[in-house]
Each structure stands twice: as structure tokens, then as C-alpha cells.
Design a protein around this ligand. Structure first.
Ligand code: UTP
Length: 238
């Protein structure tokens, strides 16, 4: 029987948190190595503070939005190379620029790793595009929040925490969040592509490797499961 395929979108702030980066990336690589014996894995890396440094400094210097996005993409790719390096023989430092080439690479190496592709969206959207290309039914979003909430829980402690929701419900949250300078729990373009292609999205705290591993393996995990399939149950909160 062929392995289940899963694409992981790993936020840059998770990959390069500020301290113990090598310890975390090494442990993440060990977990991915273990999980790849059971599921076929591809990873899309975000840019985190490295991307933010270049985009904000470039903006102060008068750079166009396109040129800032391109620097952001370069940052995501250098982060992807760091994870590929930690994966050693199982991956390749040859981080490919398109989802098509990465999907091809996934057939040659154990775990294909990539960064961003082109201006105008984030690596969450790239992960959904790669899932579509690879025929994966799920994208696991390893991020800095532990679930989807009705509002920012740091601002409203009474915000509702969802364990299950439909892609339409996630759409309402991310489209409402999407404004200048605002970042939402998942890229709205990624939500749209996932909805169109019946791809589920799983939101999990990327620093919690035990929960991330469960999500990658398709086991029950602490976080939010967003169902894209028709007839999915509506939200359940915890
Ligand atoms: P990220 O995917 O890390 O975006 O790409 P982000 O919004 O900072 O990530 P999280 O989810 O909140 O951690 C960094 C930047 O690189 C550019 C965009 O400017 C993005 O904000 N980028 C990235 C692109 O233009 N295209 C891509 O395919 C990927």
C-alpha cells in the first residue's frame, strides 16, 4: 500500500525562534526522519525574523512590494537549506524553486524541502499548492499558536478555541483578519486553494514536537483540524 502524503508548512518563527535553533532543528529533523518511515513528507519553510529583517529594512529604503517579497522568498529558501542540512542524506541542499520541481524531487529524496516561490503570498499558500501537486490530502501548519481561535487569545482571553472546524469557517476568520500589516493563522489564498481541492489543514504548535509528530502521522493531536471535505462537521470548541 502506498504511503499517505503530507505537506508540512513550518513557520519561520518556529524554525528560527531566537535561541537553541540548532537543538530544535536537529530534534525536528529526527522526528521527520522517524515519521517518514510511515508517511511521505514534504516541508515548506517560512522566513520568520530573517524575512522580516530584510523586508522591513528594504521597505525603509524605498523598495517595491515585489522586491521586498523576493527578499522574503530568499529568506525562506535559506531557512529551507538549514532544515535540509539537518536532514542530511534524507534530503538535498538543492532547494527547488517551484512546487512542480519539488514534487519531482520528493520522488528522489526521502523528504523534499522548499521555501517560497513567487511574490504575492506566503509559504502557507505554497504548502497547499505543493499538496495539490503531490496529491496530498492534508497540510499540517506548524505554527506559533496552538489552535485556531475566534479572536486573538492574547487580546481576548475569552476567545473560543476550536478543535474542529470546516474550511468555510476558517475562511471567515482569515478573510476578516486580512488587512494591511495583519497576519492571520493561515494565508487566505492557501485557504481558498485548499477549499477548492478538498485539502484539510491541521493547525498545531510547531514547538511541541510530540503533538506535531501526531499530526504528521494522522493521529489525534492537540490543535485544530480543519476539514475541507463535503459534509464535514461544523466547529467544536474546547
Ligand atoms: P513567510 O511564508 O514566512 O510569511 O514568507 P509570513 O507571513 O512572514 O509567515 P508566518 O506564517 O507569519 O510565519 C515571508 C515573506 O516572503 C514573501 C512574503 O513577503 C512573505 O511575507 N514570500 C514568501 C512571497 O512573496 N512568496 C512566497 O511564495 C513566499
Amino acid at each position: 500500500m502506498s504511503k499517505d502524503t503530507v505537506v508540512i508548512s513550518i513557520g519561520g518563527s518556529i524554525l528560527i525562534p531566537d535561541k537553541n535553533d540548532a537543538v530544535y532543528i536537529g530534534a525536528l529533523a529526527d522526528m521527520l526522519r522517524r515519521a517518514s518511515e510511515k508517511v511521505r513528507i514534504a516541508v515548506v519553510c517560512g522566513g520568520g525574523k530573517i524575512a522580516r529583517y530584510y523586508t522591513s529594512t528594504g521597505r525603509d529604503l524605498g523598495g517595491s512590494e515585489d522586491s521586498l517579497d523576493i527578499m522574503g522568498i530568499d529568506a525562506t529558501r535559506i531557512n529551507a537549506k538549514l532544515l535540509a542540512l539537518a536532514l542530511g542524506d534524507l534530503s538535498s541542499m538543492d532547494v527547488r524553486p517551484t512546487v512542480g520541481e519539488t514534487a519531482e524531487m520528493a520522488n528522489k529524496v526521502g523528504i523534499a524541502v522548499m521555501g517560497g516561490t513567487e511574490p504575492g503570498h506566503t509559504t502557507d499558500a505554497v504548502a497547499v499548492m505543493l499538496a495539490e501537486e503531490m496529491g496530498a490530502a492534508r497540510v499540517v501548519n506548524a505554527t506559533s499558536v496552538d489552535a485556531v481561535y475566534s479572536e486573538d487569545p492574547r487580546k481576548n482571553p475569552d476567545a473560543e478555541r476550536y478543535t474542529e472546524m470546516t474550511i468555510e469557517q476558517l475562511g471567515h476568520i482569515v478573510y476578516a483578519d486580512h488587512g494591511a500589516g495583519k497576519s492571520s493563522v493561515f494565508d487566505p489564498l492557501g485557504v481558498r486553494i485548499a477549499e477548492k481541492n478538498g485539502i484539510d489543514i491541521e493547525i498545531v504548535d510547531g514547538r511541541n514536537l510530540a503533538e506535531l509528530e501526531k499530526a504528521v502521522l494522522g493521529q489525534p493531536f492537540s490543535g485544530t483540524h480543519v476539514s475541507s471535505r463535503r459534509g464535514a462537521r461544523s466547529s467544536r470548541s474546547l
